[in-house]
Design a protein around this ligand. Structure first.
Ligand code: ADE
Length: 415
């Protein structure tokens, strides 16, 4: 099958980014090097639907090094870095992605990678797993198993599991400690701020920044926004997270109130229509909206369209909506995942951990063919732990080992 990419001439540029990421993902690259001779994925086909970034290029090349034939599609119509897609295509990865796909093209490319009859399906957001389970064309696809990268994807797959219709085991990479504690918090924390800054080039210090949702992603964004001098307010529906946010020192108020005071709004809930028409109508002139969640459903963009008098694009990745009430609202990246649309996603050091889990989970699936339950399985703790050890090693950090006395103390119920 022929590659579907924007421009094969971008391969050289993409190669430079690949090498930059490779140099900064030591936990992953050491794992690849250790397994390279064994080729544990030899003879297997992997359909990979991830954001096509320089970090993903290191994973895709790693899967190839371990023996897999790799088919790659994008996890978002706007997140593909075309130079990376071109580089991977030049290296023998089958790539079906370009930046700026429409919804139909996006879905077609997912079908394209599935036509390779993959043994392993690696996904971010679960669109690929859902396509396999929904579309008649793939009803006979027999996969060894799959993985899922993100919180939103796991929620969808849990629902699939509950329906009793899941056809192969899936490993929920997001549930690994070495994934969500670092990627979701520090990765999204930094890269979302990065996306807002690259898009707007405005000052954060002194701005009222409203973070909607205080899960790991929201925590990371709030922490980094405060670090840049922003006055951070959190909105939540979960009482535990709301208390946590308050005790972390943030103001916690409902979105209806926050809408009236915020300068910058960032949604990080994984939920539907967090910022709606009634909120948009009362916002300050010049308010900026950005979404950090996987899908573009957190900001009601249709409501914004209905309220507008005029729409212009003052900068790449920023749309200016002049509302009928005379106020302007700026939307970053069409309300799609801002860190990947307006910046380059999480930094390589963070993706090094997340993608070590992906790679090792793929190897684990291949070694446990037919033995895992058809449900969302956790990343085995040995893998999670090994990824942490590799990351510490890569950072040159040493930790202590418990003494015999301490082991005994920990195992006894008598003090
Ligand atoms: N998700 C968030 N950041 C990413 C990155 N840099 N590469 C791939 N997927 C990502």
């Amino acid at each position: 099958m022929k590659n579907r990419i924007a421009d094969a001439n971008l391969a050289e540029e993409g190669g430079k980014s690949y090498h930059w990421a490779y140099e900064h993902m030591p936990a992953l690259t050491r794992t690849i090097t250790k397994l390279a001779d064994q080729k544990p994925l030899k003879g297997l086909t992997a359909a990979v639907c991830l954001h096509i970034t320089k970090e993903t290029s290191v994973l895709a090349m790693g899967l190839k090094t371990l023996g897999a034939d790799v088919y790659l599609a994008a996890a978002n119509p706007l997140s593909t870095q075309d130079d990376i897609a071109a580089y991977l295509a030049s290296q023998g990865v089958h790539v079906f992605a370009w930046r700026g796909q429409n919804s139909q093209e996006y879905q077609e490319c997912i079908r394209d990678i599935l036509r390779s009859q993959p043994d392993i399906i690696m996904d971010d957001g679960a669109d690929t797993h859902v396509t396999i389970h929904e579309e008649a064309e793939f009803k006979n696809l027999k996969a060894i198993g799959g993985t899922e990268e993100t919180t939103t994807g796991i929620i969808r797959l849990k629902a699939l599991e509950k329906s009793g219709k899941m056809r192969y085991p899936i490993i929920g990479v997001n549930n690994a400690y070495t994934k969500h504690l670092f990627d979701n918090r520090y990765g999204t924390g930094q890269s979302t701020i990065d996306g807002i800054l690259r898009a707007t080039s405005l000052l954060l210090a002194g701005k009222k920044i409203v973070v909607c949702g205080y899960g790991w992603v929201g925590k990371g964004i709030a922490m980094r926004a405060r670090g840049m001098g922003g006055l951070v307010t959190v909105t939540e529906i979960d009482p535990f997270r709301a208390i946590e946010a308050r005790m972390d020192g943030y103001e916690v108020i409902p979105i209806a109130e926050a809408a009236k005071i915020g300068d910058i709004f960032v949604t990080a809930t994984g939920q539907y229509h967090i910022i709606r028409g009634e909120h948009l109508s009362v916002m300050n002139d010049g308010a900026i909206l950005a979404n950090a969640g996987h899908f573009n459903v957190e900001i009601d963009v249709d409501a914004l369209e209905k309220l507008k008098k005029k729409k212009t694009t003052p900068r790449r990745n920023v749309d200016e909506y002049l509302l009928k009430n005379g106020k302007k609202i700026y939307l970053v990246g069409e309300g799609r995942i801002a860190n990947l649309v307006a910046a380059e996603g999480h930094p390589p050091e963070v993706m090094s951990l997340s993608f070590s889990n992906q790679l090792l989970s793929a190897v684990y699936l291949s070694q446990h063919k037919g033995k895992l339950e058809k449900r969302v399985n956790n990343v085995p703790i040995e893998i999670d732990r090994q990824v942490a050890i590799n990351a510490l090693e890569a950072m040159g950090i040493q930790i202590d080992t418990p003494t015999e006395e301490q082991v005994k103390y920990g195992e006894s119920w008598i003090v």
